[in-house]
Design a protein. Sequence first.
Length: 263
Amino acid sequence: MSSFVFRFTHAITRKPSRSIANGLRAEDCGNPDPNLFMEHHEEYVRALTTAGAQVITLDPLEEFPDSVFVEDTALCLPEGAIVMRPGAPSRLGEAAAIKPTLLSQFSTVMEIENGFIEGGDILVTGEEILVGTSDRTNEEGIAELAGLVKQWGYKVRRVQTPPEVLHFKTDCGLLDAKTILATERLASSGCFNDYKVILTAKGEEAAANAVRFNDVVLLPAGFSQTASRLKQEGYTVVELPNSEAAKVDGGMSCLSLRYCATL
């Protein structure tokens, strides 16, 4: 593995549905405004395009309120794509809905058939694939993923998502092949001992879910201290509004599937 973990040509996104107010959430912080969410989503797509992506934007799925968070439905690697099996029963149909698009982009598309696993719990680094157990991802799902990617030469390492955190990547984001942005609560577990870690500033834990896309880091707006830390380390930071996605536990990585085209 090398720079492919942050060098991409394409991204898949899905427009937020009007039913987003019915989306799952760990804490009730009010309902997202569908119109404002759409504005934020369009800005997100523009940022990906500016960063060098050819963006495929899918129509909203009104029957699936959380479907804007496409990352949970698949894992995209240079060798092919794997359709996930979401741990929230209401989201299982989202994985089936993403498969035709993946088939149009990848020569090989496989599926998780046992257990549960969501893309938000998967961090692909330059060394390995880290997968966090959580309420949405279990041991059986991780084991099946490990078996599928082994044929492509990948090693999966199971780690633990903090109990109060929805997804593993809620608290971390890849900055380059060997550098991770993480919260103190996640980094203190020791799961990143072999990596360089940049910690989010105190009170800015929500900034951890950042996305490195080619030469820029997409960061949720409003976390100035963490943004400064990244800039001091030499990263080019693009801050994007995320208030509406955050109300339904969404962040920068959740909103896209990122990959290098193989067809």
